[in-house]
Design a protein. Structure first.
Length: 240
């Protein structure tokens, strides 16, 4: 028997829930929720919500109903908005600390017992992997595969190649949080754009939670310093 059109594919407000899957991550039972904007069909580039809560340990037959009931009205829920970074997240590149932040978040949420990671498909600060690779190349002193006499900083690289410093958008994160019915969150971020977008869309942030950053590569350190100049807030930052 062939099942045609598998998946949930249900629209709630501005969110289209594609599928929900119980999934073990680092020894804990999470829900992995695939979703997209109801106004935008993303094909295989859908966003993911990784959710750990009491219901992921003992869920009922209807996963969507069980999950939403478990989150509605919850306060001070740990939440991170994490933009896709294949080089850092999957390949553990020393060009950025994205993978370290993701691992630290998973550990923090696992130790707390509940929380949410919104994994948004915004590779390369929203300019895509193709453009990101070109930006990384001139940061390392190469253009079109040839050595050049200057290495650009991360922010400079984006600008000199005609891209914004940061082209990401967090409206979809706000909509997903409102869909869950969470009363308040503890946001794991020092990014002022994330903080302001959520607040402007009515999401109550009870606390900003910082991830300790240590053992930086020189490349990571350069990007962190530029972020600090753009009003990122890293109170636990320690320069080694």
């Amino acid at each position: 028997m062939v099942i045609n059109n598998p998946g949930i594919n249900t629209t709630i407000g501005d969110i289209n829930i594609i599928e929900i899957v119980p999934m073990e991550i680092e020894g804990n039972n999470w829900f992995c929720v695939g979703f997209e904007e109801s106004s935008q069909k993303r094909g295989d580039n859908i966003h993911l919500a990784l959710i750990l809560s009491s219901v992921t340990k003992n869920y009922d037959n209807d996963l969507v109903e069980a999950l939403l009931k478990s989150l509605a009205g919850e306060e001070n829920v740990l939440l991170r908005i994490h933009s896709e970074c294949i080089l850092g997240d999957a390949l553990h590149s020393g060009l950025c600390d994205c993978g370290k932040q993701l691992s630290s978040t998973i550990n923090l949420i696992s130790n707390t017992g509940s929380g949410i990671i919104l994994y948004l498909r915004q590779e390369g600060r929203g300019i895509g992997l193709r453009n990101k690779l070109s930006c990384l190349a001139i940061q390392e002193g190469y253009l079109r595969g040839k050595k050049i006499d200057k290495k650009y900083s991360p922010d400079q690289a984006n600008l000199v190649l005609g891209h914004p410093i940061d082209n990401r958008n967090y409206e979809i994160a706000s909509e997903f949080i409102k869909l869950t019915g969470l009363k308040s969150i503890r946001l794991i971020s020092g990014n002022p754009e994330k903080i302001n977008t959520l607040k402007n869309n009515g999401v109550e942030i009870s606390e900003i939670v910082d991830i300790p950053r240590t053992d930086h590569t020189q490349r990571e350190l350069k990007e962190i310093k530029e972020k600090l100049s753009r009003n990122y807030h890293y109170p636990n930052l320690k320069f080694s």
